[in-house]
Write a protein that binds this ligand. Structure first.
Ligand code: TRP
Ligand code: ZN
Length: 891
């Protein structure tokens, strides 16, 4: 906990470390009431130190350390007396007397009482660690910064009976038992790494084992460790791991480097997973998956996270970050890599649609709020608060734009140069860009503004056709709203992929004025100026543009399409992403019209063309079923909030529900046919975690959600049949969700209780059960959530439970959270205050919905700000919560 106001740390103050650590030798003695940690650090003066002192002079050595009880300290084998070093809450300072020296320290720590889940802690009876970003300093005194890279040897000992498995990074080199029932193991990691990649696990774990033969014919042992009852849920993660290893060889030429690769699943984890060298530690929600207990979405998440953490072995571990401002160097790049992997494994277009919908709803909201920051931030108080959608998802979009600009081959040349040049180093985003520039002979100076300027750029596009000259001119105007600390923005480089279509939906050859001939049917224009125009020639009719294909830049593009033009694009655009996008724009226009009607107290009238567009979709037997499902999904309430000037929660909900009801009534027969066909196919086939099966189930389930709005007896019967007989969680949970949101109270109660009874021993399934109820927007949501917090399966000590219940309520249930009496806000603030003391990282994340007050009308703004004030005044705040609350109270 904070004793003084946390201070800002600035990128511009970066200094290379005065000292380096070449070797780290650790010994952990794990006991039920305490852990003793002995560290031997082989250190030397950094020849490249930037402190300004000559390399010959010896500045004091300041080691990081928090919540440690120092038991002994020696310099070059000489025990230091208390006068020879200084101790504070956060540092241990001493004076070296030679350029090369060895520090030996012993500390006592208490993992049993560590509820913050950072450093060494216990989860369901096992010991595990989470060191990124600055958790290693809660384990031992160290230079806990990513530009200090060391080899590690780790010995751990524990009672053999309760902790038969003892793991750390690298390769196992020795082990043995003692007479007192304890045993030990020693692991050696030959690759130099920063402390944030250190890991240790001790517990009673079973493992699934497999192997992978690398491109150079080396055999790698693969092991996934889980609690014994989960041993039947590891195969999907193992398959995903092998696919990831192969893909990184095929697509990036990157081979795995150790003889063993391990994944451990733990129940209590603040994030998704962690890429510790050779010993990835995962939230169990991102490992465990089998048909009966995990949905299709969960299967895809497991595959993506396994890939993501595996890919970090190169983009993050072999080449790591110089400082935490460079976080997107590894995260943006690795998200881009895992997204491409998923696209290659399943449907590329569907993956892109899902990612863009997520980015636009959530990252754009972050970029428009008080915590907005550039992809490479230039200041922070608490680095844990910067594991954000901006650093991860927008960071990935920035890498994607580079690939769009240089092409797939050029991108591979750039990544080869980057990995080869910087292998074993801690580097910056500029180093990544430089490799891309040099490999491709281009200048990305202006492009780099994507790393330094926050906010979502807008691009307004207008057209004019000159029939006499057969020419067509597109005029682009870019701008970017002010963000905290950045009032004015300079123009970005915006790659706009586009095509021009004729009246039959054919793509027209693209020839810019001044060019000798047409260059393809689809091409990328680079918008680099605040205002810029491009003129296409040789066009004998006025074309219809298909703009920003594949979402080629993370911006808000606006073009004055008519509804008929959008319907045309929805049907004929060759770019699958833009077909979906046209449907979304059409829906947004019509929903905004309904919202206006609701606000004016008029009766709601839906433009019937939306029904016709959806009818065409449902009748299209040639179209990928997943695409139909995506296109049938109306933009969510959170997205409609995001794009509103002032969000009217009640009107948004009423408008969207009205449109859903109209669509359901008008299209009942087509939906019913689709539903019954797909449910029959599901009944007649075994569960497979593959694209066509995902597609079939997603269309089936969205059809069911519309059909239930009819409240017809035959639909209720079908829904109950699916709920009871489905052999997989995707169908069962979808049926449950539909029931929970329906007016069939008796059936709803029965389904909820039979589900809870069947799955009470599976915490991940119970998370789904909590979420479905927390997200239900029917009246009384807050009372239901408060009641569920008393359920025996709920606990504030488990981050997954908090996200499943409290997080789902505040982020997904906009009706419940934004109750006019402010009760939703008060509830969330109460939870944040409690969690601030237990788990600061989770408390700070949970609080995000309260920071978005600027989107709402003044009454709600005042209520939300009052709750933020109440948190601020509640006592000693963690640096995590303090940073978010104080920044979001600045007008
Ligand atoms: N580096 C992890 C990733 O793959 C992120 C992460 C895992 C993390 N656990 C954390 C970040 C705890 C902060 C705190 O994205
Ligand atoms: Zn990552």
């Amino acid at each position: 906990m904070r004793t003084e106001q946390p201070k800002m740390i600035y990128l511009k103050d970066y200094q290379a470390p005065d000292y380096l650590i070449d070797e780290t030798h650790l010994t952990f003695e794990l006991f039920e009431d305490q852990t003793l940690v002995h560290a031997q650090l082989v250190m030397r003066r950094n020849p490249a130190a930037s402190s300004g002192l000559s390399p010959a002079s010896l500045p004091p050595l300041m080691l990081d350390g928090q919540e440690l009880e120092l038991l002994s300290l020696a310099l070059d084998d000489r025990e230091l007396s208390t006068g020879e070093y200084q101790l504070t809450d956060s540092h241990l300072t001493l004076q070296p007397s030679a350029a090369n020296f060895v520090i030996d320290s012993s500390v006592r720590i208490n993992p049993q009482s560590n509820t913050a889940l950072e450093g060494l802690y216990k989860s369901s009876g096992m010991f595990c660690t989470q060191c990124e970003a600055e958790g290693f300093r809660k384990i031992t005194y160290y230079l806990d910064r990513p530009d200090v890279m060391s080899t590690f040897t780790t010995t751990l000992s524990a009672p053999q009976h309760d902790y038969p498995i003892l793991l750390s990074n690298g390769n196992p080199i020795a082990s043995g038992s003692e007479d007192d029932g304890r045993h030990w193991a020693t692991w050696e990691d030959p690759f130099k790494k920063p402390a944030y990649l250190f890991a240790l696990v001790a517990g009673d774990l079973w493992c699934v084992e497999d192997s992978f033969t690398t491109m150079n014919n080396r055999d790698v042992a693969l092991r996934i460790y889980v609690e014994p009852e989960n041993i039947d849920k590891c195969q999907h993660a193992m398959d995903s791991l092998k696919k990831s290893m192969k893909w990184d060889e095929d697509v990036y030429g990157r081979e795995y480097d150790l003889d063993i690769f391990m994944i451990v699943a733990v129940n209590d984890f603040n994030m998704g997973a962690m890429e510790n060298k050779g010993l990835n530690i995962f939230n169990s929600s991102c490992v465990l998956a089998k048909a009966e207990t995990a949905t299709d979405a969960a299967h895809q998440r497991v595959e993506a996270v396994v890939a993501h953490e595996y890919f970090h072995n190169w983009s993050g571990n072999r080449v790591t970050c110089r400082d935490w401002f460079q976080l997107s160097l590894k995260e943006g790049f690795t998200v881009f890599r895992d997204a491409e992997f998923s696209a290659d494994m399943h449907s590329r277009t569907v993956k892109r649609i899902e990612d863009v919908a997520y980015l636009r709803t959530h990252q754009f909201a972050e970029d428009a709020g008080p915590m907005a920051h550039p992809v490479r931030p230039d200041a922070f108080m608490e680095i844990s608060n910067f594991y954000t959608l901006t650093v991860y998802e927008k960071g990935s979009e920035v890498v994607r734009m580079i690939r769009t600009l240089v092409g797939a081959e050029g991108f591979r040349k750039g990544s080869d140069l980057y990995f080869d040049r910087h292998d074993g180093q801690a580097v910056t985003c500029d180093d990544f860009i430089r490799a891309m520039e040099e490999a491709n002979g281009i200048d990305l100076t202006q492009f780099k503004r994507w790393y330094s300027q926050a906010g979502t750029p807008r691009l307004d596009v207008s057209e004019s056709y000159d029939a006499a000259a057969n020419s067509y001119r597109l005029q682009f105007r870019q701008s970017c709203p002010a963000t905290p600390g950045q009032a004015q923005k300079l123009p970005f480089v915006i790659p706009v992929e586009l095509a021009l279509m004729d009246g039959q939906g054919r793509e027209l050859p693209l020839q810019l004025v001044g060019e000798d001939a047409a260059v393809g049917l689809s091409r990328v224009l680079q918008i680099t100026e605040a205002e810029q125009a491009f003129t296409f020639v040789n066009l004998t009719e006025q074309p219809l543009p298909s703009l920003l294909r594949g979402f080629s830049a993370p911006i808000k593009l606006s073009f004055p399409y008519s509804r008929d033009q959008l319907m045309f694009l929805m049907q004929y655009d060759n770019d699958g992403f833009n077909r979906w996008e046209a449907g979304q724009q059409l829906s947004v226009q019509m929903l905004q019209e309904l919202i206006g009607q609701h606000q004016r107290g008029e009766s709601l009238v839906l433009d019937q063309r939306l029904i016709e567009a959806f009818r065409t979709l449902l009748a299209d037997d040639a179209l990928d079923q997943a695409m139909i499902a995506e296109m049938l999904s109306l933009p969510g309430e959170a997205y409609l909030t995001q794009i509103s000037e002032v969000a009217d929660v009640v009107a948004i909900h009423a408008a969207r529900e009205f449109a859903r009801q109209q669509l359901a009534d008008a299209l009942f027969d087509l939906l019913w046919q689709r539903y019954q066909n797909n449910r029959k196919d599901s009944r007649n086939s075994d569960y497979v975690a593959q694209a066509e099966h995902f597609a079939r189930r997603s269309l089936q389930n969205i059809a069911l959600s519309y059909l239930m709005l009819s409240e017809k007896a035959e639909v209720l019967t079908a829904c109950l049949e699916q709920f009871e007989n489905a052999d997989n969680m995707t169908e069962r949970l979808a049926a449950l969700a539909v029931l929970v949101n329906s007016p069939f109270e008796a059936e709803k109660a029965a389904a909820l209780s039979s589900f809870a009874e069947n799955f009470k021993d599976n915490p991940l399934v119970m998370d789904q059960w909590f979420s479905v109820q927390a997200a239900c927007s029917l009246p009384g949501a807050l009372q239901r959530v408060e009641q569920l917090m008393q359920h025996p399966a709920f606990t504030l000590k488990n981050p997954n439970k908090i996200r499943a219940l409290i997080g789902a309520f505040a982020e997904q249930n906009l009706q419940g959270f934004h109750q006019a009496d402010g009760s939703g806000y008060r509830f969330l603030a109460d939870q944040v205050i409690t969690l601030n003391a237990l788990n600061p990282q989770i408390a700070a994340r949970l609080l995000a919905p309260l920071t978005r007050w600027a989107k709402y009308a003044s009454a709600r703004q005042a209520q939300m700000k009052a709750e933020l004030q109440r948190i601020l005044a509640s006592g000693e705040l963690s640096s995590d919560v303090y940073e978010v609350v104080s920044k979001s109270l600045v007008d």
